[in-house]
Design a protein around this ligand. Structure first.
Ligand SMILES: Nc1ncnc2c1ncn2[C@@H]1O[C@H](COP(=O)(O)OP(=O)(O)OP(=O)(O)O)[C@@H](O)[C@H]1O
Ligand SMILES: [Mg+2]
Length: 285
């Protein structure tokens, strides 16, 4: 399970074409901070891949590279011209705009929205808000919404970009468990309906098993792929089910092993806060 299979190295997964393919990608910040070390990883079209790893191992760096926000120092990233949208832990909505206007703005600046009229964008924003069950909230401002609702708006805004690939960086990390559960259901439905390819970063191992077709584990910095778990449990899954909890425990053990290995190698980084930054049992961060 540890080394990438021949199929993964070629980029094909279960015979499916990759939507995103990283081949031996490294990233050095400044002169010598090696954040990622020869990461080889593919996400098939329509696949949901979760990325786990200790804090600082390079997960956000990896997403930024795939999104084209930064350049790899070595290696290649192939997204085959797919449209890519990104969603962060903070919704980052414009507070002076209504919920609908936030989405209309995203529609206006994307190529798919270019040339559309204001009326068309408003109608499309209303549809997207329906998709995330916020049909009645288009006229509100972000501060009038709960944290979970704001993340829904951020999801609608990401969907407004009509992306094929959705990159998500701990999008539900700041939410309570119940709200997160609801958003898992919604995200899973939207992912299926739209045939999206998703690369989802989380610190919550159960969340990764709840959502992922695969759960990929990165080593402590410099990040490199050390495990690639295929999750074949029937969907929809429950975060608190025995199967999800059981697989999460296996992955957590592996993660702990990696963190201890890293701590032994670099004693300065072995304080409790440097341990994992991860919530193996699915608890709050
Ligand atoms: N713009 C930057 N300039 C310099 N160093 C950076 C930059 N961004 C990230 N780093 C460093 O690269 C390493 C990986 O950071 P990154 O943010 O990718 O980790 P992460 O896995 O997302 O961590 P977390 O789980 O805490 O979000 C860290 O050591 C970080 O300090
Ligand atoms: Mg990060």
């Amino acid at each position: 399970m540890t080394a990438p299979t021949k199929e993964l190295r070629s980029g094909r997964i279960d015979g499916r074409e990759p939507a995103v393919r990283l081949d031996a990608v490294s990233k050095v910040y400044g002169r010598e901070l090696l954040a990622l070390d020869r990461v080889t990883l593919s996400v098939a079209r329509g696949e949901f891949v979760c990325l786990l790893g200790a804090s600082g191992c390079g997960k956000s760096t990896l997403l930024n590279l795939v999104a084209g926000l930064d350049r790899a120092t070595a290696g290649t990233i192939d997204t085959g011209g797919a449209r890519i949208a990104m969603m962060f832990q903070e919704p980052a909505l414009f507070p002076w705009l209504t919920v609908s206007a936030n989405i209309e703005l995203a529609l206006r600046v994307t190529s798919t929205g270019a040339g559309t009229t204001r009326k068309q964008r408003r109608a499309r924003a209303a549809e997207l808000l329906e998709t995330v069950h916020l049909g009645d909230f288009g006229g509100k401002r972000p501060h009038e919404l709960s944290g979970g609702m704001r993340q829904r708006v951020a999801l609608a805004r990401a969907l407004a970009q009509d992306a094929d690939v959705l990159l998500m960086d701990e999008p539900f990390g700041a939410l309570d468990a119940m709200t997160r559960d609801l958003l898992h259901d919604e995200l899973e439905r939207i992912w299926r309906e739209r045939g999206l390819s998703v690369l989802f970063v989380t610190h919550n191992v159960r969340e990764a098993v709840r959502l992922g077709d695969r759960v990929v584990l990165l080593s402590s910095r410099p990040g490199t792929v050390i495990e690639d778990y295929k999750i074949t449990l029937d969907r929809p899954r429950r975060t608190d089910s025995g199967e999800v909890t059981g697989q999460a425990a296996t992955i957590t053990d592996r993660l702990k092993q990696e963190v201890l290995r890293h701590a032994r190698r670099a004693p300065a980084a072995s304080g409790p806060d440097a341990a994992t930054g991860t919530t193996p049992s699915g608890g709050e961060r």
